[in-house]
Each structure stands twice: as structure tokens, then as C-alpha cells.
Design a protein around this ligand. Structure first.
Ligand SMILES: O=C(O)CCC(=O)C(=O)O
Ligand SMILES: [Fe+2]
Length: 355
């Protein structure tokens, strides 16, 4: 399963030089952002708040559906992921990024690879550097973790495996809540598998670190993007930084709420719902007081599944907004066209053009 995602990245290498963040009192020009580096850099901020949903609420389906339709994102409590596991993944992330640069570079992501230590993949689409470092896990982390922690990598591997297992179950649950709100039923999605539990889906875990920054107003932790996933489930430590964008509202900060998780709709769920759920634009800002960690579970279908707008969600008098395509094909488009990918594929007439 992991080989297919890795294959996509191998065929779309991204040339980003690896460099450690400068330890300076002021920001070098290469890290200084303005609206010409990112159109929405200084777009207005709002104090509206993202919905916070208790998954044990009897109205959870409606609440999740409304949040997906209006925001493409929400926070959840009572999600069933043990708080001990959230503590463990946060500890792992802290331990990993606190290693020396020399040690981290032993597990550097290869230019044509997907797993390992490095700058954000989206870095190649921007002229300025982002104030962050990341570590991506696709498939087993054993190989990379052995390089980072030669004598106690197994404990860390166990945390990742447990995290993946819980997150996969939660992603499947969220998917049915979200789609259930639109009247989609289990037999509408054959690729959810015989038990409709989305076994066979794939995921990457993206660990992010945003160090303390001397001039946070002029810098960017992770630039505005949408995720190429069905859903992303994000755990953030107790330092704010994540912001989501809505055209009619502007940037909204998603405050960390202890024990809660942030969920966002990705590009593939947007396609599957024929555009009903927006794939939310989001970014991470930094600050000059505390460093921040985030742990994203990037969840998508198995590589060969055709994703297309669900017939139930397409007006019979209109054609679907998007053609059918696999995750692999979508990732290939994203690797070239980045934030324009959805509008590019909307203009394709048939999926043949992706092969
Ligand atoms: O750090 C965050 O809050 C956002 C991370 C994110 O968007 C990502 O890893 O795709
Ligand atoms: Fe993201």
C-alpha cells in the first residue's frame, strides 16, 4: 500500500534544498513574506470560530454536515482517540524535532521520496522560505526511525502504528457522518469495502514543527494550501497557529482545545460531493513566544480507486463538476498545478486525459 503513494512522489520529484532554520534576531529576506509572495498573506482576519462538535451528540450527523458545507472544517471532542495516545504522538514529535540537525538529516527525505525529514513539499511553489520543518511517515516508519533513534526506535514505531489504527477508524466514522448528512448510504460507496469501514485506504502522517520566530508578522509557517486528501485529522499542541480561510469571512484562527482534533475536508471529498463540501484553504502562522507542533493524518483512498462525484449528489439536469480520477492521478496534477489543481481538472472533459 505504501509503495503506491511513494511511486507518485518518485515520478514527481520536487527540488527543495534542505536547510536548517537560521538562528537570528531578525528575519532574513528569504523568510520575509508579503502579499506578492502569497496573495492572501494579509487578507483580513476574523474572530468567528470554527464549529466545535461533540461526536457523542445525537445530532452529530447534522452538525458535521453543516460544518463541512459552510466551513469545510471543524473541531471534534469525544472522538474516541485515547488522550494517552495524543500525548504520546506529541512527545514523539517533540523528541524528533529536538534531535540535532545532523541527526535529523540522517533520515532526510530523498528528492524523489515521500517519507522522512525535510521542508514542506509545497515549498517549491513559493519564492520565500517557510518557518517550519517537517517529517513525513508513509508506510512503516521503521527504516527512518532506526536512523534517528538507533537504540529505541521500536517504542516510537509502536506509537505511530497505534496512531494510524485509531485515526483510520475515526476517518471512516467521520466520512459516514459527513456523507450521511447528504443522504449518502453505505451501498453508494463500493470502495468503502465489504464492511463499509474503508479498509484498504491509505494515509500519510505529517509531523510539523514551527520554531519560535523573531518576526512572526512577516513570516509564514506553512503557506495557504488545501490538502489533497479525502479528510485530514490534525492534532495541534497547545500553541495556536492554524488558520482556515473563508471567502466571506477571511482568516480564522483555530484555537487549540485540549484533547480535541481538527478535521478538514480535502480536495477528494470536495470532488466526491460534487463541490458541496469546500476543500478548505488553510495555513499555519508562527509566533515569537512558543514553538508549535502539529500532527496531521492525511487520509485518502487506495491508489487505484476511481473517485468521482457521487451520482446522488449531481443534479440530473447537469453534468458532474469533476471527472473521475484516482488519488494517484490527482496527486500528479497537484504536484504540477498546486492550488489550481481543482479548477484545472474541472476543465478536463474526461478522465482519459489523466492516464
Ligand atoms: O500545522 C498546522 O496547523 C497545519 C498543518 C497542515 O496543514 C498540513 O500538514 O497539511
Ligand atoms: Fe494542510
Amino acid at each position: 500500500m505504501s509503495s503506491t503513494l511513494s511511486d507518485v512522489f518518485r515520478s514527481h520529484p520536487i527540488h527543495i534544498p534542505l536547510s536548517s532554520l537560521p538562528d537570528l534576531k531578525s528575519l532574513p529576506d528569504s523568510y520575509t513574506w508579503s502579499p506578492k509572495d502569497d496573495l492572501l498573506f494579509s487578507a483580513s482576519a476574523s474572530d468567528e470560530s470554527l464549529p466545535l462538535i461533540d461526536l457523542s451528540d445525537p445530532h452529530a450527523t447534522t452538525l458535521v454536515g453543516n460544518a463541512c458545507t459552510t466551513w469545510g472544517a471543524f473541531q471534534i471532542t469525544n472522538h474516541g482517540v485515547p488522550s494517552r495516545l495524543l500525548d504520546d504522538i506529541e512527545l514523539l514529535t517533540g523528541d524528533l524535532f529536538r534531535l540535532s540537525v545532523h541527526q535529523k538529516l540522517k533520515a532526510a527525505r530523498l528528492e524523489n521520496g515521500v517519507s522522512g525529514y525535510g521542508v514542506a513539499r509545497i515549498a517549491s511553489f513559493f519564492n520565500k522560505k517557510m518557518w517550519s520543518e517537517g517529517f513525513t511517515v508513509v508506510g512503516s516508519p521503521l527504516h527512518d526511525f532506526r536512523k534517528l533513534w538507533p537504540s529505541h526506535h521500536l517504542e516510537y514505531c509502536e506509537i505511530i502504528e497505534a496512531y494510524k489504527e485509531h485515526m483510520q477508524k475515526l476517518a471512516a466514522k467521520l466520512m459516514w457522518l459527513a456523507l450521511g448528512s447528504l443522504g449518502v448510504e453505505e451501498n453508494d460507496i463500493k470502495w468503502a469495502g465489504p464492511n463499509s469501514d474503508f479498509q484498504g485506504t491509505q494515509a500519510a502522517i505529517q509531523l510539523n514543527h514551527y520554531p519560535i520566530c523573531p518576526e512572526p508578522e512577516r513570516s509564514m509557517g506553512l503557506a495557504a494550501h488545501t490538502d489533497s486528501t479525502l479528510l485530514t485529522i490534525l492534532y495541534q499542541n497547545n500553541t495556536a497557529g492554524l488558520q482556515v480561510f473563508r471567502d466571506d469571512v477571511g482568516w480564522v484562527t483555530v484555537p487549540p482545545i485540549p484533547g480535541s482534533l481538527v478535521v478538514n475536508v480535502g480536495d477528494l471529498l470536495h470532488i466526491l460531493t460534487n463541490g458541496i463540501f469546500p476543500s478548505v484553504l488553510h495555513r499555519a502562522r508562527v509566533n515569537h513566544v512558543r514553538s508549535r507542533f502539529s500532527m496531521a493524518y492525511l487520509w485518502g483512498p487506495s491508489s487505484d480507486v476511481m473517485i468521482s462525484p457521487l451520482p446522488k449528489l449531481v443534479d440530473p439536469l447537469q453534468s458532474p463538476l469533476y471527472p473521475s480520477l484516482t488519488w494517484k492521478q490527482y496527486l500528479a496534477t497537484k504536484a504540477t498545478h498546486f492550488n489550481h489543481s481543482l479548477s484545472i481538472i474541472r476543465n478536463y472533459l474526461s478522465s482519459d486525459q489523466f492516464s
